[in-house]
Design a binder for this molecule. Structure first.
Ligand code: AMP
Length: 461
């Protein structure tokens, strides 16, 4: 099967060829024809499967006919995080280069003025995170009644982040006669209910998880004493031919401290997590993409969907609490047919998390030995050792407070416009999120502008 068999226009085929793709991925082969036929779709697929192009490509051809009107976007794509929204915008630019479609991106963290201007002129595609969109909607800056096409991407992630009430509300503002595409890596009952309520006679498409399908990622577990993780990490970084690595931690504090520690030991590392503002996050990704740093210490904010080519290794410094996060994290390596290696540290407390991961991916992950021995640290300078021990021994109570999972932390984009919503009758039917990600974004502060050039940096494909 080729892209030409899917019914896409010549302009799109040209853009696809220039992107270097010759064969559609399974989700593209199955989704593109029905989307072009204006059908509703439930796509059970996650990042890494080519799902973005599976909706962006047909949307471009559908939107090629017709004109945008002031304040009334013709289509809406909802994304759970700023990074994913920016990445989808970049896909639109790449595939839509031979079309004249206008696009606006509504995400937090950047100035909003230009974006309001763009909306006033009218846009064909609005890519937004739910909280930001609701803010602008309630300020009368957007009318959704001209929006005939809706994409809800990463629906299970939206659920994790507490966005389902927002999405329900947004759905009711759109015309009833519209095309809706819903993508989710998993289909928990709440998402199924959402689909039953807001999609009409959808075609369901399910593609294999990249992690289970992909044999090009070699996965290892490594037993470590939780107090010796840094040492173990350095041993692996030195032993392995690490071209570039993403190291995932469960908490922002750990990201910061680990990055500092790696830098002290002379590694070229950087960090991204939700406390870092959007522009700096993008700048940091750019440094990583360009190889100025070859190690990126990250929270799960970076795990979903970030597409950085050539990542040779993923390290789970902390075993993820949620098994889906494991799949997303290791999917940062082994992309686009390359091989990759993933190491997950397992300390005493992680047995259950590892069990859940293995259940989800359907295989046992083998344990690998740690290279070297405890004498590795013999070479570390005294100063470094002192710094490490300072890091490890702040007053116990304080340490606990800093490291406790921040359940009360608000996820990115928790709607600021109506915090009472959760108390309302309708909202109470939606179960609380399974887990508030303690390392996710802070509240969305709002911005926009025409997709700035820097957004294409670090988010390829
Ligand atoms: P996604 O699942 O949308 O995050 O895409 C994952 C990666 O696959 C991105 O780097 C895309 O550029 C790439 N990709 C998408 N479609 C194809 C294709 N048909 N052939 C090769 N790579 C693709």
């Amino acid at each position: 099967m080729t892209f030409a068999d899917l019914g896409l226009s010549d302009e799109l085929l040209r853009a696809v060829t220039e992107s270097g793709y010759d064969t559609p991925t399974p989700i593209q082969a199955q989704a593109i024809p029905p989307v072009l036929m204006m059908k509703d779709i439930i796509g059970i697929a996650q990042t890494g499967t080519g799902k973005t192009a599976s909706f962006v490509l047909p949307m471009i051809d559908i939107l090629a006919h017709g004109r945008a009107r002031a304040l009334m976007p013709r289509s809406l794509i909802l994304e759970p995080t700023r990074e994913l929204a920016a990445q989808v915008a970049e896909n639109f630019e790449k595939y839509g280069k031979y079309h004249k479609l206008s696009m606006a991106l509504l995400i937090g963290g950047v100035q909003m003025g230009d974006q309001i201007k763009a909306l006033e002129k009218g846009v064909d595609v609005l890519i937004a995170t739910p909280g930001r969109l609701m803010d602008l909607f309630q300020r009368g800056k957007i009318l959704l009644n001209g929006c005939n096409m809706l994409v809800i991407d990463e629906a299970d992630r939206m659920l994790d982040m507490g966005f389902i009430p927002d999405i329900e509300e947004i759905c009711t503002k759109l015309p009833a006669q519209r095309q809706t595409l819903l993508f989710s890596a998993t289909m928990p009952p709440v998402i199924k209910k959402l689909a039953d309520r807001f999609l009409s006679n959808p075609k369901s498409i399910e593609v294999a998880r990249p992690a289970t399908a992909s044999t090009n990622i070699t996965q290892h577990l490594v037993k470590v004493d939780s107090r010796k993780k840094r040492e173990a990490l350095r041993a692996l970084l030195d032993e392995q031919q690490v071209q570039s690595a993403v190291i995932f931690c469960n908490r922002k504090t750990t990201v910061r401290e680990l990055n500092k520690s790696l830098q002290r030991y002379g590694y070229r590392s950087g960090e991204i997590h939700g406390d870092i503002d959007q522009a700096s996050r993008i700048a940091e990704l750019e440094r990583f993409r360009e190889g100025k740093v070859n190690i990126l210490v990250a929270s799960d904010v970076a795990a979903r969907g970030l597409d950085i080519k050539g990542v040779s290794h993923v390290f789970n410094f902390d075993a993820p609490w949620h098994p889906d996060d494991y799949v997303h994290r290791i999917g940062r390596t082994g992309r686009a047919g390359a091989t990759g290696v993933a190491y997950t540290f397992v300390s005493e407390a992680d047995a259950e998390a590892i069990d859940n991961i293995q259940k989800l991916i359907g295989t046992k992950i083998a344990y690998a030995p740690l290279p070297g021995g405890s004498d590795r640290d013999a070479d570390a300078s005294q100063e470094e050792k002192r710094a490490e021990s300072r890091d490890r021994k702040p007053a116990r109570r304080d340490d606990k407070r800093r490291e406790a999972p921040a359940r009360e932390e608000r996820p990115a984009e928790r709607p600021r416009h109506d915090r009472s919503r959760d108390d309302r009758k309708g909202a109470s039917r939606t179960p609380p999120p399974r887990r508030r990600d303690p390392v996710d974004d802070g509240p969305d502060e709002g911005w926009n502008g025409p997709v700035p050039e820097f957004l294409s940096v670090g988010f390829t494909g």
